[in-house]
Design a protein around this ligand. Sequence first.
Ligand code: B12
Ligand code: SF4
Ligand code: SF4
Length: 305
Amino acid sequence: MKINSKLVKKLALEHGFDDCGITNSLPPEKDVLFYEKWISSGKNAGMDYLTRNIKIRKNPTLLVPEAKTVISLILSYNINSANQKYFISKYARGKDYHHVMKSKLKSFEQKLKNLYPDLNSRIFTDSAPVLERVFAREAGLGFIGKNTCLIHPKYGSFIFIGEIICDAEAEYDQATKGECGDCNLCLTACPVGALSRFGLDANKCISYHTIENPGEIPEYTANKIKNQVFGCDICQDVCPFNENKPISKHKEFYDSETIKSLNPKKLENMTNSQFKKHFISTSLYRAGKRKLVENFKLVENKMTK
Ligand code: B12
Ligand code: SF4
Ligand code: SF4
C-alpha cells in the first residue's frame, strides 16, 4: 500500500499541526552510531531507560510490524511569556504537551485510517524508543543544532515532535541541510558546559537535574543554578534561529494560572491530592511534589544569599 504524501501533509496542516514531513523508517547509520557512543560514554546520566531498547531505536519494525514510513509532525510552543521570579521552562508553562500532542496525533491517525482502511500504524511522542529528532530532520523539518535541538526554518526550536509510524510506502522528503556554521552561542552560554560536539552531557545539564533526576542535584550543577526551578532554556534562548519566530497558535501551551501562581509556600502547603488535582494536566506532575519542593529550596537559598 502507498499513501499520498502530498495529501497527508495537506491534511496534517488542516488538522492543526505546524508542519509535517515524511521519511522512511530506518534511521541513518551515523545517527545510530552517535547514539551508541553517547550512551557508552555515560552522557545519559541516570536515564537508564535510554540504554534499553537500542535494537528498537535502530529498527522501528520492532514497534510496528512491517514499518516503512515515519510521518513526522511538529507543534510550536513558542509562547509569549515573560520570565518569572521562579523559572519554569517554556515547554512546561501550559498543558502537558504529551497529552496535547497525543490527542492530536490520535485524531489525525483516525483520519488517515478512514482514508486508508488497511493502514497499520502507531503514534508516538517522547515516550518510546524512537529517534524523534533524527526522523524529523530526515523528514525535512529542520536541522539539528549544536544545542542538540531540532531547529525548524520557520518555527525555530521551541517545537514538540510527534510521529505516526506506519506500514505504508510513501514519497519521501529530502533531509534538511541547514547548520549552525561558526556560531557557538549556546556552547558558551550554557552555565554548566554541558554542550560539545559529543552532544549534551546530561550529568551536568540543569534541565536533566531539575526535571528527571529523582535524587539530589550534584554540587557542580547546583552551584550554577540561579532561579531554574524546572528545566532550563538558556541554550535555546540564545539561539539566533529563535529570533522573531511566530508565536504559537496552540493556546494549550500558553501560561496556565496554576504555573503562574506557583510559589514555594503554596506548594509545600498542598496535600498530595491537591497537588494531583492542580498539576496532573501539566508537565510538572511527572517530577512530583517532593522533587519540586527540593528544587524550590535550592533556588530560594540562592536568592537569599
Ligand atoms: C532524553 C531526553 C532529554 C534529556 C537529554 C537531551 C539530549 N539532548 O539528549 C534531557 C532531560 C536533558 C532533555 C531536555 C530537553 N528536552 Co528532551 N528528550 C529526550 C528524549 C526522551 C530522548 C533524546 C535522546 O535520545 N537523547 C540522546 C541523544 C544522543 O539523541 P538526540 O538528542 O535525539 O540526538 C540525535 C540526533 O540529534 C543526532 N545527533 C546529534 N548530534 C549529532 C552530532 C553528529 C556529529 C551526528 C552525526 C548526529 C548527531 O544523533 C542523535 C542520536 O541518534 C526525546 C524524545 C525521543 N524519543 O527522542 C526528548 C526530546 C528530544 N526533548 C525535547 C524537548 C522539548 C526538551 C527540552 C526543550 C525540554 C525539557 N525537557 O526541558 C529540553 C532541551 C534540552 C536540550 N538542549 O536538548 C523534544 C525536542 C524538541 C526539539 N526541538 O528538538 C523531544 C524530541 C521530545 C518531543 N517529542 O518533543 N531531553
Ligand atoms: S538546557 Fe541549560 S544546562 Fe542543559 S545544555 Fe541547555 S543551557 Fe546547558
Ligand atoms: S546558538 Fe548557534 S550554535 Fe547553538 S544551536 Fe543556535 S545557531 Fe547553533
